[in-house]
Ligand binder design. Structure first.
Ligand code: ADP
Length: 238
């Protein structure tokens, strides 16, 4: 039993645990994109990640999101050692436990909001008959209960991102992994999306959010900075 399809670990099991995790692109010449790092993200944390372009943020996101395997160290997601998993198990673990929110939304333009959210459940083991109700509930949760049949092309950027958040939440993941979620939004829509993320955090969701924007980063409970592949906890001075 790998635990991939099972419940999340105990409340004390970190959602993310890095033990000397690193990623080097082989080159030549080799690029040390992510330097050896110990990191713990507990259940209910809200961690923001900042760093200049080329610093290693995408590399970090790809490792955490099980899109790339580290070349050194151990990554435990919900207490599950990810290095030992084959491709199928990695994909299953990702689908079951990580909800992704991207800057560019990545919705299917010719499918309604409801269909976009329903389709996200195809790969995460939710029985077909439960999918429509689960999708409606997720859209209701993000304040779009009245827009379930709308096409993304008829929605504002903020509404599209809320559909994307509903899609990310519908599998009840352990972690919401957000990559510049407000990067394509004006300040009003960005504010709505950030308030929604804060509410979800208050309800217990664990959030890791990557951003260029210092104001967005300040909304996290904690911030880590990546520079030249080195991740450091940022200590704020009050
Ligand atoms: P960021 O997301 O902060 O802009 P990245 O994680 O994309 O940074 O990149 C970190 C470093 O790794 C950069 O020096 C980049 O050029 C390098 N890099 C990224 N992807 C590859 C790759 N596939 N092969 C070699 N080097 C890469």
């Amino acid at each position: 039993m790998t635990g991939i399809e099972g419940e999340a670990g105990t409340p004390d099991t970190p959602v993310i645990e890095f033990r000397r995790v690193a990623l080097t692109y082989p080159g030549p010449p080799p690029v040390h994109a992510f330097r050896p790092c110990d990191l713990t993200v507990h259940r209910g944390d809200f961690m923001t990640v900042v760093g200049p372009s080329g610093s290693g943020k995408s590399t970090f996101l790809n490792i955490v999101g099980l899109l790339d395997a580290p070349t050194a160290g151990t990554y435990l997601l919900d207490g599950i050692e990810t290095g030992a998993l084959g491709d199928g198990d990695r994909t299953a673990l990702r689908g079951r436990r990580i909800g992704f929110v991207f800057q560019a939304f990545h919705l299917m333009p010719h499918r309604s909001a409801l269909e976009n959210v329903i389709l996200a459940m195809v790969y995460c083991g939710v029985p077909r008959t439960e999918r429509p109700d689960r999708a409606r509930a997720a859209l209701q949760r993000v304040g779009l209960g009245h827009r379930v049949h709308a096409l993304p092309s008829r929605m504002s950027g903020g509404e599209r991102q809320r559909v994307a958040i509903a899609r990310a939440l519908v599998a009840r993941p352990s972690l919401l992994l957000c990559d510049e979620p407000t990067g394509n939004l004006d300040s009003v829509n960005a504010g709505t999306v950030l308030r929604l993320l804060e509410e979800l955090h208050t309800e217990g969701m664990t959030i890791v959010l990557i951003t260029h924007d210092a104001e967005v980063a300040a909304r996290g409970l904690r911030t880590v900075a990546i520079r030249d592949g080195v991740l450091r906890e940022r200590v704020t001075v009050a």
